[in-house]
Design a protein around this ligand. Sequence first.
Ligand SMILES: C[S@@+](CC[C@H](N)C(=O)[O-])C[C@H]1O[C@@H](n2cnc3c(N)ncnc32)[C@H](O)[C@@H]1O
Length: 238
Amino acid sequence: MFAAVKNLARMVTGPIGERGLGQTARSAVRVHFARRQERRDGFDERHGTDTNRHVSLGDLGATGPDAFALWRYAPTLVSPFRRVIEELPVAEEQLVFVDLGSGKGRALLVASEYPFRRIVGVELSPKLHAVARANLEKYRSSSQRCHRFELLCMDAADYTPPPEPLALYMFQPFPVDVLASVLAHVESSVETLPRRVYLAYMNPLFDREVMATGAYERWKTGRPESLGEFDWTIYRHL
Ligand SMILES: C[S@@+](CC[C@H](N)C(=O)[O-])C[C@H]1O[C@@H](n2cnc3c(N)ncnc32)[C@H](O)[C@@H]1O
């Protein structure tokens, strides 16, 4: 009971503490419209998966990283995600796709429709990680072009990216200190083994921090095409 009250309070104060009132209000409006678009898209009905955001009464008892995921988890909408992926030279550069904060795996599943070399999901919450695993098993699509998945349950702040050319993806996953660690790991990996790295960022709240590293250029940007969508930016490592 105490955990549930604490979690409910966190769901309200967490986003405000991290993003401020204005940004939280804007996100809440988008999430409301995104849920309507979700229902129209019917991704889970089509593919037999569970990638939607619902918080049940049972979930409110969550502890540790699972509690953190309660307010943070929301799946990427399929159509803007496809628009982002289709800007990347997926086949030409034989990229490994890495979703940093992969949640229930929606972005991993949609990415598997493209000819990535491999697909990696990094997720902090054991509960969401387990749902993503089950989704990979259940997912059925005749147009799937990549079948090599790796799901990791860990803090993205400790993650060292693989040695291939990379398409990193983030949908407002974590606070700025975690982002700084992620970018530092990418930097030392690229210094050791220079290669092409793209960072696709949906709702790039920490754009300034990415650019302040001096290691990226804003390569392509996109605007929302409906009320439930966000801006996005693809950065290219210099
Ligand atoms: C907005 S959701 C995005 C889910 C997924 N990428 C998608 O687009 O469908 C952000 C996810 O990041 C996860 N997350 C938060 N902090 C994390 C961290 N430090 N390391 C790894 N995952 C994290 C949350 O649990 C949540 O599942």
